[in-house]
Design a binder for this molecule. Structure first.
Ligand code: HSE
Length: 407
């Protein structure tokens, strides 16, 4: 099959953009060349001649020779405006912007249909792991029961460095930033938002359900404290930030992002540093496990290049599984076994939210409760303004399709 020539207009020249540029230069067989790069800052030193750059988006969007836009900028609103215009002008688009996709998913799907142009975003989800095309092409929706795992490299790096190398949280976060893993607003990483955006993309391609970010509960690692870290150490667990979605027998989907205790026998236990790990469970193939670097210039550029290559052969997502009938399971029907740390003053009150309690503990200023709670009650506790709490999951109960709980 002949490859189409791709004439690329690149938006953004951060670490991924530079990685992409270098790789394309070294791979002429891809038939893809970057014609012009649009950047925001006029003052930054850049390793290419000034003529390679413009500060004016329309110089790329109006250029009829440019048939492909690669969007690698940070600001998700500006990114959406660029992507929309590019698609309206009939240009194919590759993006790594998970926040933009999650916030505008329906519109982006509609634009692909209306203008008949492809939009590919493998790099938006777990960088080097080819999960989106796998979910899109390989799995039949009826067979897939669950998908999820570690989908954020920065938080996994921070958790690894703090738990295994005794680094402080600020030091580990600073390293994740210096290595180009973290978002420019790292609150998106440590608050579990980035993981939620990726989960949303996974859900669309795994189950055909498009949901809004505010419909999925997310907790991050920014609130973890000594009690739960000590508990994990004592039991030999690791704490990992997990994004998880599963489909129950009636086709409804439970989804959440939360720190979880991971036991040594679980596959995710050995996924450390910047690595991501995605586990799928399906009726016939049972559990499958994908591992790879989840952030950083080259792992992300590798997925962008794979999309560029796919475009050159005319590939597009078909969203064959999209189904308006499917729904999320209401939070009242999702039950979790959790570890909840709380201020001393709230222990008694918070116990009432639990359906059953297997262990509780208090010291002079705080305590924890281990037990079963609905996601609705957990959300209510978390919304209490003056109560300092932290939550670590043991497992999803009742609605869970994963009988052995080992995701
Ligand atoms: N900040 C993201 C992460 C980058 O740490 O996973 C890759 O999406």
């Amino acid at each position: 099959m002949e490859r189409k020539n791709l004439n690329i207009g690149l938006f953004g020249f951060g670490c991924v953009g530079l990685g992409l540029y270098e790789v394309l230069e070294q791979t002429p067989s891809l038939n893809a060349r970057i014609k012009r790069i649009c950047v925001k800052s006029r003052d930054k030193q850049r390793p290419l001649p000034q003529e390679a750059f413009t500060f004016n988006a329309s110089e790329l969007l109006e250029d009829e020779e440019i048939n492909t836009i690669v969007e690698l900028i940070d600001d998700s609103d500006a990114a959406f405006a660029i992507v929309r215009q590019a698609m309206q002008k009939g240009k194919a688009v590759v993006t790594a912007n998970k926040k933009m996709i999650a916030e505008h998913f329906e519109e982006l799907i509609a634009l692909q249909v209306e203008y008949g142009v492809p939009l590919l975003y493998e790099a938006a989800c777990c960088a080097s792991i080819p999960i989106i095309r796998n979910l899109e092409e390989y799995y039949d929706t009826d067979l897939l029961e669950s998908v999820g795992g570690i989908v954020n490299g920065s938080t996994n790096y921070i958790l690894t460095k703090t738990a295994l190398e005794n680094k402080s949280y600020p030091e580990a976060l600073q390293e994740a930033q210096a290595l180009g893993y973290a978002e420019s607003n790292p609150a998106l990483d440590v608050g579990g938002f980035d993981a939620k955006f990726k989960l949303l993309i996974l859900i669309a391609h795994a189950f055909g359900l498009v949901v809004r970010p505010e419909q999925i509960f997310n907790l991050g690692i920014d609130n973890l404290g000594e009690l739960e870290l000590a508990y994990a150490r004592e039991k030999g667990y690791k704490i990992k930030l997990i994004a998880h979605a599963e489909r129950n027998a009636d086709g409804r989907i439970a989804a959440l992002v939360v720190p979880k205790f991971v036991r040594e026998e679980e596959k995710l236990y050995s996924v450390d540093e910047v690595y991501n790990g995605i586990q799928t469970k399906s009726r016939l193939s049972d559990v499958q496990f994908f591992v790879g670097k989840g952030a950083g210039a080259y792992p992300t550029a590798s997925a962008v290049i794979s999309d560029i290559s796919a475009l050159s052969y005319g590939y597009k997502y078909e969203y064959k599984k999209l189904n308006k009938e499917d729904q999320l399971i209401p939070v009242e029907e999702i039950f979790l076994k959790v570890f909840l740390r709380h201020d001393l003053a709230y222990g008694f009150e918070f116990k009432r939210y639990f359906d059953d309690i297997s262990e509780s503990y208090v010291n002079q200023d705080s305590g924890y409760i281990i037990g079963t709670i609905s996601l609705a009650n957990l959300q209510e506790i978390r919304s209490r303004e003056h109560a300092e709490t932290s939550v670590v999951l043991f497992e999803v109960l009742k609605e869970s399709l994963v009988e052995d709980g080992s995701w």
